[in-house]
Ligand binder design. Structure first.
Ligand code: S3P
Length: 435
């Protein structure tokens, strides 16, 4: 479907950004592996997280969802049942990769598939470590792409993992940690760059012995997991759209309460601050195992920057909307070391460049990122989501400052991670026609 987007001069208000997607997946999975009852509050009821919930039902966990509250009855580690059907992970890489880690520890046969985008994405990065731990895994395209099949150890346990993960990916790391819960000894893994550590924090809060030392994580499977009642912080990756929107719209001030600011995830705040954004963190505090803050953002004059090295993994999902900020900033922005961006729900090097080019920006696509010449006004255009939720939302943010109207095709894809995006946008722009 297509939506018409008009420029605005003013943004005001408080946006209650929905629950964090990464933590919502993990709260479901880890509580399904715990034995007993838990309540999750602030759950993100978006398509991706609901896929995880449905797949976990096939393993025998029980869920009762009322809006953003989910009651979980976990089966207990080692007690998951063999799924009677194929697990459809939809568009969700996190669902597929984390559930590979779960499936590797189940005494039974699991088959995982997804939509056309997910079936194109690389899976060897997660299957290889699980194979090294003794799981039987296979997949299309020489065992590298979904549909995937996994069979855990029959009656026995997996071998502990020891080694380096060649991709800086929290999904791969989490899959190994989940499989390590079913191993017969201590697993040790090393990351090439720090990735989000939500799994480690939740595991610790659930009583599992997980130790972190620089790039190394060590996990000692012991007495299983204790069910954990959790409140989930607002999603920084969703808040990022409003952080950029308020930075580039001339007269803006937005408040975003209780947003997750986990340092392994908060690269977007560092990048925007380096670009000259006016972002205030108020009331920094803990929400369960995760740090949160109320963020206040106001219009600012942005300047170009460089995003590379470890910063890339800490801002990976925010790069499309940061590219929009870069197009409006004074000077050049370079995104480097970001080949991973080409392997997301769409090839985001290509889809971000296409979006900015359609709006009249000067962008160069590179194998590992983008070079954006900022400072020129954007103009209204026909825009494409490329079937990618974050491209659709980045397009909506750019349209707020383009001269003239934009038409965005594929606007429904926001439901993957932010089902109330259009309602929230209408609220802060005062444009009731959009809600
Ligand atoms: C996620 C990790 C990141 C991120 C994705 C969510 C997670 O992917 O892009 O949206 O919840 O672990 P990679 O692990 O592939 O970097």
């Amino acid at each position: 479907m297509t939506v018409q987007l008009r420029p605005v001069r003013r943004l005001r208000g408080t946006v209650t950004v929905p629950g964090d997607k990464s933590i919502s997946h993990r709260a479901l999975i880890l509580n399904a592996l715990a034995e007993g009852d838990a309540v999750i509050d602030g759950f993100l009821p978006a398509a991706d997280c609901l896929r995880t919930l449905e797949c976990l039902k096939a393993y025998g966990a029980q869920f009762k969802r009322e809006g953003e509250r989910v009651r979980v009855r976990g089966r207990g580690l080692g007690r998951l049942q063999e799924p009677a059907t194929v697990l459809d992970c939809g568009n969700s890489g996190t669902t597929m990769r984390l559930l590979c880690g779960v499936a590797a520890g189940v005494d039974g046969f699991s088959v995982l598939t997804g939509d056309a985008s997910l079936r194109r994405r690389p899976m060897a990065r997660v299957l290889n470590p699980l194979r090294a731990m003794g799981a039987q895994v296979d997949g299309r395209d020489g065992g590298t792409r979904a549909p995937l099949s996994l069979r855990g150890p029959s009656g026995g346990t997996l071998r502990p993992f020891a080694g380096r993960l060649e991709t800086a990916s929290a999904q791969v790391k989490s899959a190994v940690l989940l499989a390590a819960l079913a191993a017969n000894g201590v697993s040790r893994l090393e990351e090439i760059a720090p990735s989000r550590d939500h799994t480690e924090r939740l595991l610790q809060a659930m009583g599992v012995d997980v130790r972190r030392d620089g790039p190394s994580v060590e996990i000692r499977p012991g007495n299983g997991l204790a069910p954990l009642d959790v409140r989930i912080p607002a999603d920084l990756s969703a808040a990022a759209f409003w952080l950029v929107a308020a930075s580039i719209v001339p007269d803006a001030e937005l408040c975003l309460p209780a947003v997750g600011v986990n340092p392994t995830r908060s690269g977007v705040l560092d990048v925007l601050t380096a670009m000259g954004a006016d972002i205030e963190r108020r009331e920094e505090r803990m929400m369960g195992p995760e740090p949160v803050a109320d963020l206040v953002v106001r219009s600012a004059r942005l300047r170009g920057t460089t995003i590379d090295g470890d910063l890339v993994a800490r801002a990976i999902d925010e790069l499309p909307v940061l590219a929009v900020a870069a197009a409006l900033a004074e000077g050049v922005t370079e995104i480097r070391d970001a080949a991973e961006l080409g392997l997301k729900e769409s090839d985001r090097i290509r889809s971000t460049a296409a979006l900015l080019r359609a709006l009249g920006a000067t962008v160069e696509e590179r194998a590992d990122g983008l070079r954006i010449e900022g400072g020129r006004p954007l103009h209204g255009a026909a825009l494409e989501s490329a079937g990618d939720h974050r491209i659709a939302m980045a397009a909506a943010v750019a349209a707020l400052v383009a001269e003239g109207e934009c038409q965005l095709r594929g606007e429904e894809t926001v439901a993957i991670s932010y089902p109330t995006f259009w309602r929230d946008l209408a609220q802060i722009t005062g444009d009731t026609a959009m809600a």
